[in-house]
Design a protein around this ligand. Structure first.
Ligand SMILES: N=C(N)NCCCC(=O)O
Ligand SMILES: [Zn+2]
Ligand SMILES: [Zn+2]
Length: 312
């Protein structure tokens, strides 16, 4: 395995930023796990700027260290992990961008890598799920988000950051017996948002449920629903309270703490995770890199979960 640059030999603030100072894909050739950026944000309904997230999250990831004590794993030793750079997609045409994202994600998956994608706005979950489902068939989905993202259209448009999971169900990309939102909160357009979401097959663990029931009970319920199905995890960073993630496009009060999110992710060890994304970081609204740091730790935990699967 080729690991990250050793921060005891080369100061961690020196040199260009790759995720966690990992080697680039072209330096290694073949990877078990690839962290890949998608600088795309033309699907947003409010504040733009998630196109700058891949660069910001890479910068914020310089302080990550190679051993994960919570899971007792050195992920970069258990698996070849790389930074695969950014997916190149059209910044003016959503339809073209979606095609490009799914094509380039498919290429990486076909080369044998599992993906942790750093968005980008939440629109990108749809092309990523197309790529993942073409390899694994319909997958279980664990969706961390303040929002449902199962709305139908905005301004008549079907491909937006508020609609990816309705499209994914319609396209048969998801195993509708194992779909969960976690961290849901905030005002909706109407009651029908919830009934339609339930009709699509989603179960909801609200942000308040996480606080009332606690992490362990939530993990147990989620694991039961997921079973041994191939699992895709999508983390919209706005699942965190704006105090923990101010740098995002559609912030909602009353969110989870980064501690709760990371602990729920750790509770997924042993599930059949096949790929994941972290989306909706908008660095222009961030302060002191709070949001990018949270996103870099979420991505690190997702990489670690995938590495545990590779090592098995
Ligand atoms: N996926 C995210 N972050 N937000 C969706 C918000 C949709 C709305 O403007 O109602
Ligand atoms: Zn959201
Ligand atoms: Zn979202």
């Amino acid at each position: 395995m080729i690991g990250p640059v050793d921060s005891s030999k080369v100061p961690r603030f020196a040199g260009p930023a790759t995720f966690a100072r990992l080697p680039r894909l072209d330096e290694v050739g073949k990877a078990d796990i690839a962290v890949v950026g998608v600088p795309f944000d033309i699907g947003v309904s409010y504040r733009p700027g998630a196109r700058f997230a891949p660069a910001a999250v890479r910068e914020a990831s310089r302080l990550l260290r190679p051993y994960h004590p919570g899971l007792d794993v050195s992920p970069f030793e258990s698996a070849q992990v790389v930074d695969a750079g950014d997916i190149v997609c059209n910044p003016f045409n959503i339809g073209k961008a979606i095609t490009e994202i799914s094509e380039q994600a498919t290429e990486l998956l076909n080369a044998g890598a599992k993906l942790v994608t750093v968005g980008g706005d939440h629109t990108i979950a749809l092309p990523l799920l197309r790529a993942v489902a073409s390899k694994h068939g319909p997958v279980a989905l664990l969706h961390f988000d303040a929002h449902l993202d199962t709305w139908d259209t905005y301004f008549g448009e079907p491909y937006t950051h508020g609609t990816p999971f309705r499209r994914a169900v319609e396209e048969g990309l998801l195993d509708t017996s194992a779909l969960s939102h976690v961290g849901t909160r905030g005002p909706l357009y109407g009651r029908a948002d919830l009934s339609e979401d339930a009709r699509l097959g989603f179960g909801i663990v609200t942000s308040a449920d996480v606080m009332r029931r606690g992490v362990d009970e939530v993990v147990e319920a989620l694991r039961e629903r997921i079973g041994d199905r191939p699992l895709y995890v999508s983390v919209d960073i706005d699942v965190l309270d704006p105090a923990h993630a101010p740098g995002t496009g559609t912030p909602e009060a009353g969110g989870m703490t980064s501690r709760e999110l990371l602990e729920i992710l750790r509770g997924l060890a042993g599930t059949n995770l096949v790929s994941a994304d972290v989306v909706e970081v908008a660095p222009a609204y961030d302060h002191a890199d709070i949001t990018s740091i949270a996103a870099s730790h979420v991505a690190y935990d997702l990489v670690t979960l995938l590495a545990m699967g590779v090592a098995k």
